[in-house]
Design a protein around this ligand. Structure first.
Ligand SMILES: [Zn+2]
Length: 131
């Protein structure tokens, strides 16, 4: 291999090994296990990730709180039968609950904190409250 093409070859190999910064995509110089080109980029990247997960938790908590409010308002007596439509009309979100309880008779109650609901036949739900 001629000298200049060997240098070129080595440069290409080196380029392939180069890693780019997760934040700014600049080529990272130095250790190959580095993920960021600078402290600035590492901080900027980590802040964004943290804000993202904080938003997720806050939004989920808000939706759970909304679900809890709906169950509390509909379940005046502590044991109330309601339709699915009624829950949906109140924007109840069936995907969000805090725990599940299955009885020995295989009835599954879904809980949002201490407010629970048991799916019944014909799109009815029994709302219950834990003491
Ligand atoms: Zn960077």
């Amino acid at each position: 291999m001629a000298l200049h093409s060997r240098t070129l070859y080595l440069n290409i190999l080196k380029k392939m090994e180069d890693k780019t910064c997760l934040e700014c995509n600049e080529i990272i110089k130095g250790r190959s296990d580095k993920k960021f080109c600078s402290d600035y980029c590492r901080n900027a990247y980590n802040n964004k990730v943290n804000i993202g997960s904080k938003n997720l938790i806050r939004n989920t908590n808000n939706r759970l709180r909304k679900n809890y409010k709906i169950l509390t308002e509909l379940n005046v007596s502590g044991k109330t039968k309601v339709t699915r439509i009624k829950l949906l009309n109140n924007n109840f979100d069936f995907n969000l609950f805090t725990s599940i309880y299955t009885t020995k008779t295989k009835n599954t109650y879904f809980y949002v904190y201490d407010q629970g609901y048991l799916p019944l036949e014909n799109d009815y739900f029994l709302l219950v409250k834990n003491d």
